[in-house]
Design a protein around this ligand. Sequence first.
Ligand SMILES: Cc1cc2nc3c(=O)[nH]c(=O)nc-3n(C[C@H](O)[C@H](O)[C@H](O)COP(=O)(O)OP(=O)(O)OC[C@H]3O[C@@H](n4cnc5c(N)ncnc54)[C@H](O)[C@@H]3O)c2cc1C
Length: 127
Amino acid sequence: MALYDYDIGIIGGGAAGLTIASGAAQLGAKTLLIEKEPQLGGDCLHFGCVPSKTLIRSAYLYHQFKQAERFGLPVVDLPPVDFARIAKRIQDVIGQIQRHDSAERFCRLGAKVEFGTVFFGIPTGSI
Ligand SMILES: Cc1cc2nc3c(=O)[nH]c(=O)nc-3n(C[C@H](O)[C@H](O)[C@H](O)COP(=O)(O)OP(=O)(O)OC[C@H]3O[C@@H](n4cnc5c(N)ncnc54)[C@H](O)[C@@H]3O)c2cc1C
């Protein structure tokens, strides 16, 4: 079993964990961040805020194009939406933000980043 000696240990590199890790490391605390998934970012980046807002943006623009005539613009005859292209754009946007939520960036801020699942328990043979 690895032995760690840190001022603060943060479980999970989602929005909450990344905010704390950034603040703690920059304040000079010896900071450990552990994430179980292969990449940082958590729900917000991979499943929540970012994908949903990117999808909403595409839907909003499509709707606006369809409303062109109301704004004195030529009528636009739009083809149906190709969702595969929207899904690709969502992945592209996630990829752009992922660069900012990278382990390297948090290491540069002074935190140690490890990947693995944290669990609490009494080590066998410790009693
Ligand atoms: C569809 C949708 C849209 C949303 N839109 C918005 C929005 O527009 N604005 C907004 O503010 N919020 C939004 N949210 C909410 C936002 O996603 C969450 O509030 C946010 O992700 C919570 O962050 P968190 O760090 O607490 O948890 P999480 O993002 O869930 O991060 C927890 C991290 O801990 C890791 N982890 C868990 N257990 C362990 C373990 N045992 N060991 C190691 N790592 C572990 C996980 O893998 C994960 O990376 C949305 C959510 C959804 C579902």
